[in-house]
Design a protein around this ligand. Structure first.
Ligand code: NAD
Ligand code: MG
Length: 396
């Protein structure tokens, strides 16, 4: 099977390519994309010899092209910019596309893959959060198949059974139970969370991930994004999705059925398991992840999320209730605030404050977006607004 990986140099990309290396007889890398890491991409080209690569940054694309020539990789075509990403996503010979770009930056390539009717392994939850209704319609129109690889959604997808397809309302289901690790600040006092720095925020207790999603996990904004993602993927009303904190991250999520059964998917916190499930779907392959060892596990704990300490989760839920413009604003403000937090010099507590101010300052200005262009315009304005609020707050 020929696969393309969008965001190949990132954490999801690396886990995917590790699986490809484990199963060289089953998977062939057709296309790869990255933002600007020329050395990282060159190393991947050396290993996988893809026919197509794209760098979002045009200067990086030019540098990569030159590096490929001097290294003798003459069969790899190097594309540049958003058009290049979209060309890899929609490439006719690609059978499965792994959407592993972080943030709304991944939306236009996900859209291109959907429009080309691909089978898409979706990690890029921000695409669904920003453009859920539009993507669902487009996927139906273009007969695209979405296989969730965000671990929670992959877990629910597994629990829904072999015949289930995303975007259908699942029959006989009472609700979804979205589990959350609680992140590195689960047991911290609110005042300490407020002052936390970057090193503390990205030190996730169970998962090794990119920096942005690690910060989102610390604020529970990630669980808010995943709540919205679950709503769209499984056509599930918000009042039938509950969030439960489960600090061991062994249960990756659950589905409660009408007859009183609850099914859960369990495994080590290793993204290779959900990615392997979706790469091989509907079959199973090995992932290099051992099954849980029940002689080493003595308890599974659960608690309710503390929305006063982690207000970003509640904000995402109320944005979903307000409608698609609000979820786009929520995501944009979060991306902007997290990017500034990661640059340094800003306290962690400013992230939810900035999201809240952006939502209340902008939500009434927009009606639900009816095109991708409108989504990008809302995103642009919300980033600018949030950036300005943060600048003012930091100047005080
Ligand atoms: P990462 O930061 O490790 O990697 C991001 C990738 O996107 C890199 O290849 C980078 O080159 C590319 N990228 C970044 N900005 C870009 C831009 N402007 N244009 C084009 N490409 C760009 O991120 P990650 O942790 O792998 O997360 C990727 C996505 O998967 C996110 O949406 C995240 O929420 C989701 N996800 C990640 C994990 C995980 O374990 N890492 C788990 C579940 C879901
Ligand atoms: Mg997740």
């Amino acid at each position: 099977m020929q696969i393309s990986v969008l965001g190949a140099t990132g954490s999801i990309g690396q886990s995917t390519l590790d699986l490809v290396r484990q199963h060289p007889e089953q998977f062939l890398v057709r296309g790869l994309t990255a933002h600007q890491d020329v050395e990282g991409m060159l190393a991947l080209i050396r290993t996988h010899r893809p026919a197509l690569v794209a760098m979002a940054d045009p200067q990086a694309a030019a540098a990569l092209q030159a590096a490929c020539r001097s290294a003798g990789f003459l069969n790899t075509e190097v594309l540049a910019g958003e058009d290049g990403l979209r060309a890899v996503a929609a490439d006719p010979q690609t059978e499965r596309v792994v959407a592993g770009i972080v943030g709304v930056a991944g939306l236009s390539s996900v859209w291109a893959a959907v429009t080309a009717g691909k089978t898409i392994l979706l990690a890029n939850k921000e695409a669904l959060v920003c453009a859920g209704a539009l993507l669902v319609d487009q996927a139906r129109r273009c007969a695209a198949t979405i296989l969730p690889i965000d671990s929670e959604h992959n877990a629910m997808f597994q629990c829904l059974g072999a015949d289930y397809r995303c975007f259908e309302r699942p029959a006989g289901v009472q609700g979804l139970v979205l589990t959350a690790s609680g992140g590195p600040f689960r047991t911290w006092a609110a005042a300490d969370i407020d002052k936390a720095d970057v090193a503390a925020a990205i030190a996730h207790p169970n998962w090794v991930m990119g920096r942005k999603i690690s910060v989102d996990s610390a604020s529970l904004a990630n669980k808010g994004l995943e709540f919205i993602e679950a709503h769209w993927l499984f056509a599930m009303p918000a009042d039938q999705i509950q969030v439960v904190v489960h600090p061991q991250s062994l249960i990756h999520s659950m589905v409660a059925f009408d007859d009183g059964s609850t099914l859960a998917q369990l495994g080590s916190p290793d993204m290779r398991t959900p990615i392997a499930h979706a790469l091989a779907w509907p079959k199973r392959i090995t992932a290099g992840v051992p099954a849980l060892r029940w002689n080493q596990i003595s308890r599974l704990d659960f608690e309710q999320p503390d929305l006063s300490k982690f207000p970003a989760l509640a904000m995402a839920q109320s944005a979903l209730a307000s409608g698609p413009a609000a979820t786009t604003i929520f995501n944009a403000a979060n991306e902007q605030a997290v990017a500034q937090f990661l640059e340094g010099g800003m306290a962690f507590g400013m992230i939810p404050k900035a999201i809240s101010e952006t939502l209340s300052g902008l939500s009434h200005r927009f009606s639900p977006p009816s095109s991708l262009e409108e989504v990008f315009e809302i995103d642009r304005q919300a980033r600018a607004y949030c950036g300005q609020r943060l600048k003012e707050a930091l100047a005080r």
